[in-house]
Unconditional design. Structure first.
Lengths: 118, 274, 113
């Protein structure tokens, strides 16, 4: 047998922060063209935009949007952490910022959810 | 006295785990366990060690999936299973050194363990390095990367010159100090995903070394060094996963060193001086 | 790609990240505010049509994305999919152009069309 890759080595907060940052970045990049395309329906005036908004007005879409907003918040706050590590004097892997990023994402997700049901 | 079930990698990159039973002792290190197997069970087992006190950096292995220096890793800290003595219960008697015959003077620090229930360990060679045999890896590439990252000091003064005066409190001296205690064990290198993804990547240890020299005011090959550590084979491939910093047994922070190199090299690149 | 180019890419990704961090913060507030008052094409366009501030802000947002996203995607393609550097660099350039084109088109549609 081949020497197995040890996954336990990954199991610490900074690695998970990296992983979430990468996966959220990937998801946001995939969403970006869709978002631009949707906005461009406004080219035909509000009727075009409304047609899309009606199409997107279903629970699964809302859930997806909500997820993307949370990922965006997470990617942003996680990115700020990376830049603090890279540009500010060293003060550890800044795990407080990992917690803060999670908190920020949760708060943003709640605010968005509240706005959705409003 | 309880016994420990130890699965040890045997063979090269292609091999298998073989399970041994080793008497569980107080204050037993993972290196003690491997040494017991080699001396009392299977003398053909290959592994490296030298100082046994955390100075030489030769005994690093993958213990239960995590790279560690085995001479200073107590079994009680890493063992799987209930008699891990995790609560830090002080052990009454120091363990006999490796000279002891495993049966006689053994003191089991764990109180609840019955026969055979000393927990289990899985010990493999370091990751990201070719395996020569069993727990011995080929470290050549690891150290060649130090050399390629311009890890050698080169000064300009001769024996006729006076001593260079570097103030201990100066910022650069402090930055160099932060990374100077590296023992070259390879734990960071084995823990890094980017090393696995990009075989050219210099790795945390080599970049940490380069950063201590970037901050050495006496060194005269700074431009060459920055060139050697820039880009995707150097510091800019790092994604701040932090495994090197998390796992370094000397509690150094290669992530900090790499961040410093990222800034220094990018600055040079933006000024067209790289 | 030379090490100097790679170092500059790192630098530009961080600079764009700083711009994006500010943009995203504003964008998140905008999203929550817009969704709160119910999404309708008319309501949205009433606020965006002819708004220079909207156009400037989102043009900047799109351009920062066009710098930031391709560099990240190229890394992932190389590290997770094993793409060669030449292929990932070409793909990154295509993604950058697509983001600029589609993004500016969207801004145009919301503000001027």
């Amino acid at each position: 047998m081949k020497l197995p890759v040890a996954r336990q080595a990954h199991n610490h907060p900074a690695w998970w922060a990296y992983f979430v940052h990468r996966v959220s970045g990937l998801a946001l990049a995939a969403f970006l063209p869709l978002h631009f395309w949707a906005l461009a329906t406004a080219m035909k005036g509000s009727a075009g935009l409304d047609a899309f908004l009606r199409f997107a007005d279903r629970p699964l879409f809302k859930l997806g949007e909500w997820g993307l907003v949370v990922l965006l918040a997470m990617h942003m706050a996680g990115g700020v952490r990376v830049m603090l590590i890279e540009f500010r004097p060293w003060s550890g892997l800044r795990k407080d910022w990992i917690a803060a990023a999670c908190g920020f994402a949760i708060a943003t997700g709640l605010a968005f959810a509240l706005a959705l049901v409003h | 006295m309880s016994t420990l079930r130890v699965s040890i990698w045997r063979g090269r990159d292609d091999g298998r785990f073989v399970t041994y039973e080793v008497p569980r002792q107080a204050s037993q290190t993972v290196l003690d366990v491997v040494t017991h197997v080699q001396r009392h069970v299977d003398p053909s087992l290959s592994y490296r060690f030298a100082c046994r006190v955390g100075m030489c950096g030769s005994c690093a292995m993958t213990v239960n999936g995590v790279a560690r220096w085995t001479c200073r890793t107590h079994v009680s800290k890493v063992v799987d299973g209930k008699s891990s003595n995790r609560g830090g219960v002080p052990v009454s008697r120091p363990a006999p050194m490796a000279t002891s015959d495993a049966g006689d003077a053994a003191v089991d620090g764990t109180t609840e363990g019955s026969d055979g229930d000393g927990g289990s360990l899985t010990i493999a060679p370091l990751a990201n390095l070719p395996v020569i045999k069993d727990l011995v890896t080929d470290m050549r590439e690891f150290f060649d990367k130090w050399a390629r990252a311009k890890g050698q000091f080169k000064g300009a003064s001769t024996r006729q010159d006076d001593f260079a005066r570097v103030m201990p409190a100066s910022p650069q001296r402090r930055l160099a100090d932060a990374g100077i205690e590296c023992i070259g064990c390879g734990v960071c290198y084995a823990s890094c995903d980017v090393v696995a993804w990009r075989p050219d990547f210099a790795g945390p240890a080599a970049l940490n070394r380069a950063w201590t020299l970037v901050n050495d005011v006496r060194d005269v090959q700074q431009p060459q060094r920055l060139r050697a550590v820039a880009g995707d084979a150097g510091c800019h491939a790092c994604h701040t996963q932090g495994s090197c910093t998390e796992r370094c047994p000397k509690q150094l922070a290669p992530t900090a060193a790499i961040a410093g190199l990222k800034r220094a090299t990018a600055r040079a690149a933006m000024r067209g001086k790289l | 790609m030379s090490a100097a180019t790679q170092a500059r890419h790192w630098y530009w990704q961080r600079i764009s990240a700083m711009v994006l961090a500010a943009c995203v913060l504003v964008h998140l507030v905008t999203i929550v505010y817009a969704v709160r008052s119910g999404l309708s094409g008319e309501a949205l366009l009433a606020r965006t049509r002819g708004s220079v501030a909207f156009a400037v802000f989102y043009t900047m947002f799109v351009l920062a994305c066009a710098v930031h996203v391709p560099i990240g995607l190229a890394r992932i393609a190389e590290e997770w999919l094993g793409w060669r550097e030449r292929a990932s660099a070409l793909a990154a350039r295509a993604v950058a152009l697509a983001i600029v084109a589609m993004g500016l088109r969207a801004v145009y549609a919301m503000v001027f069309a």
